[in-house]
Design a protein around this ligand. Structure first.
Ligand code: HPA
Length: 238
C-alpha cells in the first residue's frame, strides 16, 4: 500500500531489502549489481528499486540519515509491504583501536543515546540486536567472498556534530564504531517481528586520525555491498 513516503504499489518491493542511507547509493547498487532493476519510489528523492541478483528478487531502498528516518522507512517496509528482511549498508566512524578505515563491521547490537526506545513505549533499556541467523549468513557470505570483517557492538547516536569526548565512554566499553541508524532498524524489526542486520564500512576514525585513500574507502563500500547482496541471495533458506 503506498504510504506518504513510499509510492510503491503492493508487490513491487521484494521480501529482502538492502537499505543504504544515501538514495544515490541505492541507485548505484541497483545499476551496478541488479538485473532488470525498476525504480518504484522517488518520493522525497528517497529512491527505491527492485531487480534481480543472481536470479533472486531483491530491493534497494534509501533510508536517509538518523534514527527517525530509518524508523519511518523500515516500519513502512515491514508493516505495509510484507518485507521480511532489511539489511542496512552504511558508513560509521571508528571508535575502537580494533577497527581501521575501510573495515567492514557486522553490528551484533546497537546501543544508543537516542530517546527512540521510550518513544516506542518501552520501559527500561532495550538491547537492540541483529537477527542471529541473518548475521550468521552475512558472516559466511563475507568469508565466502574472502573479505575480512569485525563483528561487535556499535553506537547509534543522534548527534553527528557531537561534543568533544562524547564517545569516550562508549569506546571504553568496546563499541567498535558510531553511526546514526542501526538501533532504530533493530528496534523496528523487533517490533514488527521481522529480521534485520547492519553491515557497516568504517568511513572515518574518530580516534586514530589520518584518512584512508579514497580508493580504499570505495573498496570497503563495495565489499559491504557484495556481502549484503550475497546475504540476500541466501535469505529465506532457513
Ligand atoms: N558519527 C556519526 N555517524 C557517522 C560518522 C560519525 O563520525 N561517520 C559515519 N557515520
Amino acid at each position: 500500500m503506498p504510504t506518504p513516503h513510499n509510492a510503491a504499489k503492493p508487490g513491487e518491493i521484494a521480501e529482502t531489502v538492502l537499505m543504504p542511507g544515501d538514495p544515490l547509493r541505492a541507485r548505484f547498487i541497483a545499476e551496478t549489481y541488479l538485473e532488470s532493476a525498476r525504480e518504484y519510489n522517488s518520493v522525497r528523492g528517497m529512491l527505491g528499486y527492485t531487480g534481480l541478483y543472481k536470479g533472486r528478487r531483491v530491493s534497494v531502498q534509501g533510508g536517509g540519515m538518523g534514527i527517525p528516518s530509518m524508523g519511518i522507512y523500515a516500519w513502512e517496509l515491514f508493516a505495509f509491504y510484507d518485507v521480511e528482511t532489511i539489511i542496512r549498508v552504511g558508513t560509521a566512524g571508528g571508535l575502537s583501536d580494533g577497527v581501521a578505515m575501510g573495515d567492514v563491521i557486522l553490528a551484533l547490537s546497537a546501543s544508543t543515546d537516542s530517546n527512540f526506545q521510550s518513544g516506542m513505549g518501552l520501559r527500561g533499556h532495550a538491547a537492540p540486536s541483529a537477527d542471529f541467523g541473518l548475521l550468521e549468513r552475512a558472516a559466511s557470505a563475507a568469508r565466502g567472498l574472502g573479505f575480512g570483517f569485525k563483528a561487535g557492538h556499535v553506537l547509534s547516536t543522534d548527534v553527528f556534530y557531537s561534543a568533544p569526548g562524547a564517545y569516550d565512554s562508549w569506546r571504553a566499553i568496546g563499541a567498535l564504531a558510531v553511526e546514526m541508524e542501526t538501533t532504530g532498524l533493530y528496534l523496528t524489526a523487533a517490533k514488527a517481528g521481522k529480521k534485520a542486520v547492519a553491515i557497516l564500512t568504517v568511513s572515518d576514525h574518530l580516534y586514530a586520525g589520518g584518512s584512508a585513500p579514497p580508493e580504499e574507502r570505495e573498496r570497503g563500500y563495495t565489499r559491504m555491498m557484495e556481502i549484503a547482496l550475497e546475504t540476500a541471495v541466501n535469505e529465506g533458506s532457513d
